[in-house]
Design a binder for this molecule. Sequence first.
Ligand code: HEC
Ligand code: HEC
Ligand code: HEC
Length: 88
Amino acid sequence: MKKMIVAVLAVTFFAASAFAADVMEMKKGVTFSHKAHAEALKDCKKCHEKVEGGKIEGFGKDIAHKKCKDCHVEMKKGPTNCKGCHTK
Ligand code: HEC
Ligand code: HEC
Ligand code: HEC
């Protein structure tokens, strides 16, 4: 039974995103719309190792600059300059 619940959660991953804050306030005035990203990208694994997501090990400046910025550059969407992310 428990396994089945896990499987259902894994499939309905948008429902699972309810466990993460819709908008995350990060350091240096970065506002990260988790929900908007999850919906726009339609794939939790773009940022997380597992579909259910969770804390990203060692998350901070280096990981953020690589992950966040690289994708914005690649997709030509989202801010790539300091002020675009660091609004304060
Ligand atoms: C564009 C990148 C990105 C996408 C896509 C994404 N997340 Fe996240 N998620 C993050 C970041 C960044 C954090 C914060 C990590 C940290 O603080 O360690 C996070 C945190 C979380 C957390 C932990 C929240 C907490 O406060 O403990 C969960 C759970 C989570 N995400 C689930 C999901 C699920 C489920 C999806 C797909 C529907 C998803 N995420 C899609 C970037 C993303
Ligand atoms: C895998 C790709 C991807 C990753 C990783 C990613 N983004 Fe984005 N981001 C996007 C896309 C695509 C948009 C444009 C969304 C749109 O226009 O609908 C965007 C838009 C934004 C915007 C402007 C719109 C808004 O939501 O306010 C900000 C700010 C932003 N991203 C911050 C971040 C931060 C901070 C991270 C890392 C924690 C991050 N992004 C990681 C793809 C990504
Ligand atoms: C795509 C979004 C994005 C861009 C562009 C970006 N940053 Fe960041 N930056 C972040 C995120 C997200 C963090 C990590 C926030 C956290 O750990 O909560 C961060 C962290 C930092 C930190 C560390 C803050 C601390 O207190 O630990 C510094 C300093 C910084 N950025 C400077 C810059 C500078 C300078 C630029 C331009 C060259 C830049 N950033 C461009 C998103 C971005």
